[in-house]
Design a protein around this ligand. Structure first.
Ligand code: DLL
Length: 433
């Protein structure tokens, strides 16, 4: 099934024309209403009247996460605040979160965007969809909630708090047919079923919509077999829309990008030039239908590629591969995205420790764990036990308060934190399988 046939199967030429018209309208609005973009275009010597083809998009400057942080909270909004009807945000990597605002039209477009991917995964108004993405400032819960209502499915806004047993009981009693969550959370549900001695066939589940963090074909196979479902990948980011940017169809061979909402480019993060079509690089998105805070050429930090050729499902919108990795050092732990710089900032304010540290991630035993090894200051000797215990609990408390994560803190001597061969980022040791 295709939710919006006219848009999703639009001939490429017509789609390009629609994109150009929407791009031009967006550029005019932001040049007039957003001081950041006026300054940025003026500085780059851009006359937006000269953006007359889609190729000209490459002449425009990029927008970065840093630009969003500096504009905290509302400086990138392109409409008066009275027209903003919803605000979401995503945790910042250096303290300040980024904030996004939606107008009524933006919410309608967002619901339509996620609805398309639900329908392309086979969800209909006969389904019971349990949304186990977090509801709150994070876009996952509300993004899929509105899309699922738009489809007419019966929505169970379970969120991801609370314990897994409760989640499973709801799933069983309410006869849930679709689970929307992070793949990591779905794995916890699979493990919970085993612990509760419940066979997946005692549930009514048939579809899983998973995203918000990187996952693999291997994990897909595992989830499909453990939960007896067909699992689909769905991608998005708060800055651009939240979920609804791209999602898989029944072919499960790449994620269709909602190209009437965004223009996607893939660039080489080193040269900032477009890669050869089909090559891997950093995804860059431009909002062309957003009123609240449209972004131009936003650098996502996500590495993927665009797939050539047509899709057998009939949709004409381009497909992207899974996100293979991030260009930066952001790590995903239990559904939260953390930059090592956040830990560094907390340590910089802590007494008695250096700012050298290592984040050690593991999932031995099926549960993800994070340990933070911190170098003790030379001023404290490693056998001053009481002081060390206080230090550890202060840091752990600070991390829990600021990042919302329960972690184990271990104090070590600085020399033990020298990076070892094969470590991708010197501050992170990821032993997760
Ligand atoms: O994760 C929005 C979302 C919610 C997407 C629910 C899908 C489902 P943020 O918290 O801003 O927003 O995080 C965005 O998460 O830049 C990617 O690095 C990563 N990400 C999101 N989806 C995927 C995916 C939401 N399917 C960041 N595969 C993005 C790999 C993903 N990484």
């Amino acid at each position: 099934m295709i939710f919006n046939k006219a848009i999703e199967t639009m001939p490429r030429e017509k789609l390009a024309q629609l994109q150009l018209e929407r791009l031009q309208a967006t550029l005019h609005r932001i040049y007039k209403n957003v001081a950041f973009y006026k300054q940025s275009f003026d500085k780059a010597g851009i006359d937006i009247e000269n953006i007359t083809t889609l190729e000209h998009l490459a002449d425009l400057p990029f927008t970065t996460k840093d630009d969003l942080r500096k504009s905290y909270p509302y400086d990138l909004f392109a409409v008066p605040l009275k027209d903003i009807v919803r605000i979401h945000s995503s945790s910042g990597t250096t303290g300040k979160p980024i904030v996004v605002g939606y107008t009524k039209n933006d919410l309608a477009n967002w619901a339509e965007s996620t609805a398309r991917f639900l329908v392309s995964a086979g969800v209909s108004d006969h389904d019971f969809i349990q949304i186990a993405f977090d509801y709150g400032l994070f876009t996952g819960g509300f993004g899929f909630h509105c899309g699922a209502e738009h489809v007419g499915a019966s929505v169970i806004p379970a969120s991801s708090g609370g314990n897994i047993q409760k989640q499973i009981t709801i799933m069983k009693d309410y006869k849930t047919t679709v689970l929307a969550s992070t793949p990591g959370y779905a794995m916890r549900i699979a493990k919970g079923l085993e612990e509760m001695h419940l066979h997946p066939s005692s549930l009514n589940l048939k579809i899983g919509i998973f995203g918000a963090e990187p996952w693999s074909e291997h994990l897909r196979t595992e989830l499909e077999s453990k939960l007896r479902i067909t699992a689909y990948d769905t991608y998005g980011l708060s800055e651009i829309m939240g979920p609804g940017v791209s999602g898989e169809c029944s072919e499960k061979n790449g994620l269709h990008v909602n190209e009437d909402q965004v223009i996607v480019e893939v660039i080489d993060p080193a040269t900032l030039k477009s890669v050869t079509p089909g090559d891997e690089g950093e995804l860059v998105f431009t909002n062309i239908a957003k009123e609240g805070c449209p972004l131009i050429r936003y650098r996502t930090g996500d590495i993927a590629r665009l797939l050539p050729g047509n899709c057998a499902c009939g949709r004409t919108h381009v497909r992207m591969s899974r996100v293979s990795r991030r260009a930066d050092d952001i790590i995903v732990f239990m559904g939260s995205k953390i930059a090592p710089a956040q830990v560094e900032r907390i340590l910089a304010n802590a007494e008695g420790v250096e700012t050298q540290f290592r984040i050690v991630l593991d999932n031995a035993g099926g549960t993800e764990t994070m340990e933070i090894k911190v170098a003790v200051s030379d001023r404290i000797t490693i056998d001053e036990i009481k002081i060390l215990e206080d230090l550890k609990s202060n840091i752990a408390r600070q991390i829990e308060t600021e990042l919302g994560l329960a972690v184990k803190v271990t104090l070590v001597e600085r020399a033990t934190l020298e990076p070892r061969d094969g470590m991708k980022h010197k501050q992170v040791e990821d032993n997760r399988k």
